[in-house]
Write a protein that binds this ligand. Structure first.
Ligand SMILES: CC(C)(COP(=O)([O-])OP(=O)([O-])OC[C@H]1O[C@@H](n2cnc3c(N)ncnc32)[C@H](O)[C@@H]1OP(=O)([O-])[O-])[C@@H](O)C(=O)NCCC(=O)NCCSC(=O)C[C@@](C)(O)CC(=O)[O-]
Ligand SMILES: NC(=O)C1=CN([C@@H]2O[C@H](COP(=O)(O)OP(=O)(O)OC[C@H]3O[C@@H](n4cnc5c(N)ncnc54)[C@H](OP(=O)(O)O)[C@@H]3O)[C@@H](O)[C@H]2O)C=CC1
Length: 447
């Protein structure tokens, strides 16, 4: 029971506001704002911030990037129905693509009925890389650096003493010797990895400072010359995992039994495992959700994208980030990917929208944030493969895309919904058809 509407679900504990807002999408935007305020998801001050997000103070954006001349706004929606590890979360999503928010809410609703997502995230261990050349014998250089491990770690930590005081900091030194890309005539690549626990920060700037800081000592110890010093976005020491178990019977839809829907999802999963061309699209679907919540919470989504796709190649062949199996009458979904996120740092305390996004999510640590991100990725993928393996993507997606087509054809105001509805009814969601509908509406005499 949520907001007086019986949806057949157990009531959530009173201290955790439910993420189930039935019919929220049928409300006008003013009513949505009122509902968020009534439930206490936003304070009166935060409601003002929410209303003003489309036109933030130019001072703020001018402080964020260079040569700022304006603000490029994106729609902000709420992914609903999420339960992760027994806690409810409203998921803010900044995205331009129709049907992403509806699809993720749909999927989260199905998974919620099946007990919600189970998820976990590793500690915030990031990798900084230092490239050394002219080192002589690679084995001797490796021995020398590892023998000075404590000195290197202490030097790295001296650049961020506050991080160490919080329980984080540089933890390990590793050396990787890689074959030269030119072949045997080239000098093997000698790469020093510094593993750093960045606590609540994504950590790029923290790591870059440490990598640049330890470089002179690495040169001094080995007699070599350092070139590149930067973090790696393949954050494979900082993985997050989510899973869900849905009774096959609960999948029945489109006049199809649950078994038929499950079979379609399993076939989609097999396709993505076997074929990188399909895996790329499968993962695009996963990132539809993850990027949207990343943008809405001020994360570096390019870093997340780079990490996700590099991780998808870890076996030497590009593959899917999520997989689906059938286990004892349950459809089981699992996802694992690197998630270098922050609750502090970068633009997070600067951009009012990022602050608000994190507030709406009601997470308290960066690891909890990562569990929600992984669950969003799995939910988004579930919605897509469920549609792809049954009625196809166009039915649900194009119905929601119809509004964009109507606007492209010139519809404005109340005409947008009307033209979109007629496009769907005619089964032709095309700009040309929208123009014809608009023209016929304009020719028709006013009642
Ligand atoms: C679109 C749905 C969800 C409709 O599906 P439906 O069966 O019409 O949904 P419903 O009416 O049964 O509603 C169920 C719940 O879904 C949500 N919902 C339902 N409608 C809305 C709406 N308008 N606005 C907001 N939320 C909506 C809402 O939470 C609702 O619960 P309620 O609140 O009513 O109790 C379904 O057709 C679907 O999931 N389709 C898949 C769409 C999709 O995956 N889009 C992503 C973009 S396509 C892409 O880029 C990726 C891709 C596909 O290439 C990836 C790949 O290849 O793997
Ligand atoms: N390749 C990439 O991905 C790159 C990304 N970037 C950008 O780097 C930014 C992220 O870097 P990041 O280092 O996270 O951000 P910051 O440079 O803002 O550093 C994080 C700050 O948070 C402070 N802090 C406060 N509380 C905590 C806590 N509990 N745990 C950890 N830190 C805390 C730290 O302060 P204190 O000093 O007190 O420890 C530190 O100053 C993003 O904007 C990203 O776009 C930049 C370069 C490359």
């Amino acid at each position: 029971m949520a907001d007086g509407v019986d949806d057949g679900l157990p009531e959530v504990p009173p201290d955790i506001p439910s993420s189930r807002l039935p019919g929220f999408h049928r409300l006008g935007v003013d009513a949505r704002w009122r509902e968020l305020a009534r439930r206490g998801d936003v304070s009166p001050e935060e409601l003002q911030v929410l209303r003003a997000l489309g036109s933030p103070s130019f001072d703020i954006v001018n402080q964020m990037i260079e040569n700022a001349v304006g603000v490029f706004a994106l729609p902000l929606g709420l992914g609903l129905n999420f339960t992760v590890n027994g806690r409810d979360h409203l998921v803010p999503m900044a995205v331009e693509e129709p049907s992403v928010v509806a699809a993720v809410s749909y999927a989260a609703k199905v998974v919620r009925h099946a007990g919600g997502f189970t998820a976990e995230a590793d500690a915030s261990m990031m990798i900084a890389q230092v490239q050394l050349t002219g080192y002589g014998s690679p084995e001797l250089a490796r021995e020398c650096l590892l023998a000075h491990r404590e000195q290197l770690l202490a030097l790295a930590n001296s650049f961020h003493p506050a991080l160490q005081r919080r329980g984080g900091g540089a933890r390990e030194v590793q050396v990787r010797i890689l074959p030269a890309p030119e072949g045997p005539q080239g000098e093997p690549l000698f790469i020093v990895h510094l593993l750093v626990d960045t606590q609540e920060a994504m950590g790029a700037n923290l790591l870059n400072t440490m990598a640049e800081g330890v470089a002179p000592l690495i040169e001094q110890l080995t007699g070599g010359r350092v070139y590149v010093r930067i973090l790696s976005n393949l954050a494979d020491q900082r993985l997050a995992r989510a899973s869900c178990r849905i009774p096959v019977g609960a999948l029945a839809d489109f006049d199809l039994p649950g078994e038929a829907i499950a079979e379609g999802i399993l076939q989609a999963s097999r396709f993505a495992e076997a074929d990188p061309y399909r895996a790329a699209t499968h993962n695009k679907g996963v990132m539809n959700g993850i990027d949207a919540v990343a943008i809405a919470t001020g994360q570096d989504w390019r870093a997340i994208e780079a990490g996700a796709h590099a991780y998808a190649c870890r076996t030497g062949r590009y593959g899917p980030l999520s997989r689906w199996t059938l286990e004892h009458g349950f459809l089981v979904g699992r996802i694992e990917l690197p998630l270098a996120l922050g609750m502090v740092g970068g633009p997070i305390k600067v951009h009012p929208g990022a602050q608000l996004g994190l507030k709406l999510l009601r997470v308290t640590t960066v690891r909890e944030l990562a569990t929600v991100f992984a669950s969003v990725g799995l939910a988004q993928n579930f919605a897509a493969v469920r549609a792809l393996g049954s009625v196809g993507i166009q039915k649900g997606h194009m119905a929601l895309h119809a509004r964009c087509v109507a606007v492209t054809a010139g519809a404005r105001g109340l005409d947008v919904e009307k033209v979109a509805r007629l496009l769907v009814e005619r089964g032709s969601v095309k700009v040309e058809t929208a123009r014809e509908i608009l023209a016929s509406c304009q020719e028709a005499p006013a009642p």
